[in-house]
Design a binder for this molecule. Structure first.
Ligand code: COA
Length: 319
């Protein structure tokens, strides 16, 4: 499986740390030093599905194929305005694709899970030649905007990749374990005349320090497994693209692997944590600004609520 096209779309509104400090007890200094975030792009008038379709169209254009050439479409998403139908079904119609599609929710690790599933589809379905993966997320709609410890972390966005048959995908390591308490959001469902239990909903709840530790532990374990099991050394990897949640998480992982900073490109400064869209947004930036060279070896790694995490190792052969 090879990546042959990437694309992304951001909401138009830029919200700086200074703008947040006008209505929250926070500061640019605190957010920058504790997270590495300076600003984020936030949904205001846009619909997530419009950003999603734009990201897909950009990826298709980069790949040089049309939506009709896509044989399978996977969308990673945690939350959007529709409970049903799936976001993939909505976007499929907007871009003019006709293939089967579905949504997956592996929280912020969704891109890695989608890549792994796509790789299996290529192996088991002879008729599948092109797969489109979309990660479209609006985590800012999950937060309490009076809660300074969570809302400052997130941004919205969408990114997509087009995949074709090939040998670039070397391997992956996925891990999930049920650990709800450090990071969850409960949604209140419609009442029926028969519901007797107490139910409630609310914004995202996060125990920041616990999530920080779980993220470092899980990501390091996934990265070590995928690199070592496939017979590579850490020095042989050209780039480590990590989920953009906190620059200190990225740096802790980098130091544990004893690797140079230049191997860990990041854009959290501009976008904050865009959930599963964070990795394909970064990948698209590095593709378009020609940081990545054909022949590079890349590790992708992400973690999220669940707790879910995953890493994969691949070659970059796109010119
Ligand atoms: N501005 C100013 N002060 C803030 C703040 C903000 N936005 N958010 C929290 N604080 C305060 C806290 O209230 C606390 O004050 P206190 O000492 O008076 O109680 C102090 O800063 C330290 O809080 P703490 O939670 O210990 O900070 P931290 O260094 O752990 O950083 C996070 C907090 C959330 C940035 C960090 O834990 C983190 O990034 N965790 C991982 C989160 C994540 O990745 N989530 C998504 C997973 S996909």
């Amino acid at each position: 499986m090879n990546i042959i096209g990437t694309g992304r779309a951001h909401p138009s509104l830029t919200v700086t740390n200074e703008m947040l400090s006008r209505f929250l007890d926070t500061s640019d200094e605190w957010i920058t030093t504790r997270t590495g975030i300076k600003q984020r792009q936030l949904i205001s008038h846009e619909k997530l599905e419009d950003l999603a379709a734009e990201a897909c169209n950009n990826a298709l254009e980069d790949a040089g194929i049309s939506a009709k050439d896509i044989d399978f479409f996977i969308c990673s998403n945690v939350v959007n305005e529709y409970i049903t139908p799936s976001l993939s079904c909505i976007v499929q119609g907007m871009i003019g694709a006709t293939c089967a599609c579905f949504d997956l929710n592996s929280a912020c690790a969704g891109f890695i899970y989608a890549l792994d599933i796509a790789n299996s589809f290529f192996k088991t379905k002879k008729e599948v030649n092109h797969i489109l993966i979309l990660c479209a997320e609006e985590p800012t709609r999950m937060c309490d905007w009076q809660e300074r410890s969570t809302c400052v972390l997130f941004g919205d966005g969408a990114a997509a990749v087009v995949l074709s048959r090939g040998d670039d995908f070397i391997g992956s390591s996925l891990s999930s374990f049920s650990c709800v308490e450090p990071l969850y959001q409960i949604r209140e469902l419609e009442k029926t005349p028969f519901i007797t239990k107490e139910e409630f909903g609310g914004p995202l709840v996060m125990k920041g320090q616990e999530v920080f530790k779980l993220a470092v532990k899980s990501s390091l374990s996934d990265i070590r497994k995928v690199v070592e099991d496939n017979g590579y050394t850490y020095d042989e990897v050209d780039y480590y693209l990590l989920h953009q949640a906190n620059i200190r998480i990225i740096d802790t992982i980098r130091r544990s692997l004893d690797q140079d900073e230049v191997k860990f490109p990041h854009n959290i400064r501009h976008y904050g944590n865009t959930s599963s869209a964070s990795l394909p947004i970064l990948l698209d930036e590095l593709n378009r600004n020609q940081t990545l060279n054909s022949g590079d070896t890349i590790v992708l790694s992400a973690f999220g609520a669940g707790f879910t995490s995953g890493a994969c190792l691949l070659n970059w052969s796109k010119q």
